[in-house]
Ligand binder design. Structure first.
Ligand code: SF4
Length: 283
């Protein structure tokens, strides 16, 4: 196998390994097939001369995910833990991401400003159909002013690409825009002060789907004290939009066994957005 093919294959397999998909077998008739998705017909030969690689059965799994998504549209009851954080947030006429960033300014509204280097506002498409919401910036994000650029961010990028998207196609932001010291979880007063900006960002973008990465993001938007494991992977409704909570990529770095669960969650999101796993071009 030429070196360039091998590199492509290794890179793609690393994506799936990072998502917890490790079992592949060689189907001599159709090539390499993921254990979780069988290909029943031999695809046409690729035009670019590269080897045909069928990875986790996109069509089969996507339709299965679609069925799961349908089944999970029964909304579980999320009991708000207190007065709504968002009730007092007024809709700003003609709001834009630029205006929100201007309003944040060189913010000192909560104590997180004291040790931050850069405000991490958010990144991606202002017209994204999919928004990822994390907890708060870490050290790399604080240094660069961009969300999810450290190790966890690299994994998130791989997850997004495995969905057949690029980072520029989605929007990525956090509940709090400044790094909590020592990567501690943001405190309730910090969340309460900063999250109205998140609400405005989502209102401006109007995504079809919001994915909360980790408990802090999920609990903040859903205003619940319930543990994330009680509703992770289920479709919920949030202010008229579809919301799914899944594990934070940083959690996945510590607990690689949970990657498969997250991949299942992302497949439900793909089904909802009408996405299919990318396939190699064939003639
Ligand atoms: S976390 Fe939010 S509210 Fe607090 S200082 Fe930073 S931008 Fe302002």
């Amino acid at each position: 196998m030429p070196e360039s093919w091998q590199e492509k294959l290794e890179e793609r397999l690393r994506y799936y390994e990072d998502l917890g998909i490790r079992l592949f077998y060689l189907n001599r008739r159709v090539g390499i097939t993921a254990k979780s998705g069988e290909t029943t017909e031999r695809p046409a030969e690729p035009t670019d001369g590269s080897p045909e690689i069928a990875l986790p059965g996109p069509r089969a799994e996507t339709s299965e995910a679609a069925a799961n998504a349908q089944a999970l549209r029964v909304e579980p009851v999320i009991v708000p833990s207190g007065p709504s954080l968002f009730e007092s947030v007024e809709k700003v006429q003609g709001d834009t991401l630029l205006k929100i960033r201007d309003d944040i300014g060189d913010c000192t509204r909560c104590k997180l400003h004291k040790r931050r280097h850069k405000i991490v506002f958010g990144d991606g498409s202002a017209k994204a159909q999919l928004v990822f919401v994390g907890e708060g910036p870490g050290a790399d994000e604080d240094a660069q002013g961009l969300p999810f650029v450290g190790r966890a961010g690299k994994l998130l990028t791989q997850m997004i690409e495995a969905m057949g998207l690029q980072r520029k196609d989605v929007y990525i932001c956090n509940v709090v825009k400044c790094r909590p010291p020592e990567n501690r979880a943001p405190e309730p007063d910090e969340v309460a002060t900063c999250s109205p900006y998140l609400l405005r960002q989502i209102d401006v973008i109007q995504p079809r789907v919001i994915v909360c990465l980790g408990a802090v993001a999920a609990k903040t938007l859903l205003e619940t004290n319930r543990g994330i494991t009680q509703f992770r992977g289920q479709w919920l409704e949030w202010r008229g939009r579809k919301l799914m909570a899944t594990y934070h990529p940083a959690y996945l770095l510590r607990n690689p066994n949970a990657k498969g669960e997250v991949w299942k969650d992302l497949q439900k999101v793909m089904a909802e957005l009408g996405l299919e796993l990318p396939r190699k071009k064939s003639s």
